[in-house]
Design a protein. Structure first.
Length: 250
């Protein structure tokens, strides 16, 4: 019966880390890697985690790989501080690990809570995240943003949702968009992604139509509209920043 280590990377997550770790109390081990938080994150985590390590921030993928390397067990459930494992998901994971799993990694559907509503539409759902994996054949990759796990073997899917509470409000959402689009533009530039004025117009429009119409944002009323607009704004901003960085904005 494989044992499970839950890994969490943190920085200034005192508002989130307690409930996140409480949701995985059943795991065999909990490892938290903190990047010099200036709030009570470490103190809160110390009451719940098996191990706490503090180190400089090397980037998302490097930090998550480091956390997995510190685990005592080979099966890893990677959890973000703003996420919660539901009892249904906990039961599904525990049942899967009651014997050797047939796959080497598992994608988990993630549902986000935003403006008082669980969003089960737009690009936000089911938003499958590969979070449960065998570290012996897996590695986090991605230079700046939108990191993911490369698994050397079969990948399966779980059914129960992982809960996500990404933003306090619209202002926090916009701050996050600004930060992540800067990283995304930098990553696209290093990969040689082309950008032109036509793309600055067509890509955000296509993103809005996909989110609001094709993926059912309209079903979530005004909140679905806000999510669809801000998802398309994210697309516009990352390509606008790429356009600026390429020298076309001079």
């Amino acid at each position: 019966m494989p044992k499970l280590t839950v890994t969490v990377i943190t920085r200034d997550e005192s508002a989130n880390i307690g409930p996140a770790l409480d949701s995985v109390f059943w795991a065999d081990e909990i490892v938290v890697v903190d990047s010099h938080s200036t709030d009570d994150t470490v103190d809160i985590a110390r009451q719940r985690a098996t191990r706490i390590l503090v180190r400089d921030w090397p980037g998302y993928s490097a930090q998550k790989n480091f956390a997995a390397d510190q685990a005592s067990h080979d099966w890893i459930l990677s959890l973000d501080a703003d996420e919660r494992v539901t009892p249904a998901l906990a039961g599904e994971v525990r049942e899967l690990l009651s014997d050797e799993p047939p796959a080497r990694g598992y994608r988990i559907p993630r549902v986000s809570f935003y403006l008082g509503k669980w969003i089960r539409s737009t690009d936000w759902y089911p938003d499958y995240q590969l979070r449960l994996y065998d570290r012996r054949v897996s590695k986090w990759t991605g230079a700046f943003v939108h990191e993911g796990v490369d698994v050397g073997g079969a990948v399966g899917r779980l059914r129960a949702d992982l809960q996500h509470i990404p933003y306090r409000d619209i202002a926090h959402h916009l701050q996050t968009i600004d930060r992540y689009t800067t990283l995304a533009a930098q990553q696209m530039r290093e990969r040689g992604q082309p950008v032109g004025v036509a793309g600055l117009v067509s890509r955000p429009v296509a993103a809005f139509l996909r989110n609001y119409l094709a993926r059912g944002g309209w079903r979530d009323g005004s909140v679905g509209l806000v999510v669809s607009v801000l998802n398309s704004y994210y697309v516009f901003l990352k390509f606008a920043k790429l356009w600026e960085a390429s020298g076309k904005g001079k």
